[in-house]
Ligand binder design. Structure first.
Ligand SMILES: [Zn+2]
Length: 150
């Protein structure tokens, strides 16, 4: 409970509204990544799965642990990022989730050509795919370098 109170206090401090129920609606998910030894707004330390959220009214930006973000924002975006990152860590040839793929093209982290290349792999059986594996591995490695600071 103490942690939850701390999270609410910190979020409200960064929000326009000083009422928790209003304040929490001001925030939107913008990014997520893994970084060991991070700290959540609730005070929890040594977290790895970090979500970046932005206030729609004043552009304040802050980092919240993936578990805490779900306490006040009805989102699971972080989950799709982290499952993708974990898959890439195990096997660099893996497919990432569609949600994460869309984020990467929306933020122009990958080009539209790269998006098309990865999309071609998405729907196919991994072993049967005949495509440009070298390019896929190169893109996946770049994604991992950016989104996993472990
Ligand atoms: Zn937390």
């Amino acid at each position: 409970m103490k942690n939850e109170y701390r999270l609410m206090t910190n979020i409200v401090a960064l929000s326009e509204s000083k009422d928790w129920d209003d304040a929490k609606t001001e925030w939107r998910f913008t990014n997520a990544f893994q970084r060991e030894g991070s700290e959540c707004l609730c005070g929890k330390i040594n977290i790895t799965n970090v979500c970046v959220i932005v206030n729609k009214k004043n552009d304040n930006r802050t980092e919240v642990g993936n578990c805490c973000v779900k306490k006040f924002m009805n989102i699971s975006n972080g989950d799709t990022f982290f499952s993708s990152i974990n898959k890439l860590k195990k096997n660099i040839k893996s497919n990432i989730t569609n949600n994460f793929l869309h984020h990467l093209i929306d933020t122009e982290f990958i080009t539209s050509d790269e998006y098309r290349l990865l999309s071609k792999f998405q729907d196919q059986n991994e072993k049967k795919t005949s495509g440009d594996w070298n390019s896929k591995i190169e893109i996946n490695q770049r994604i991992l370098d950016e989104y996993c600071k472990c």
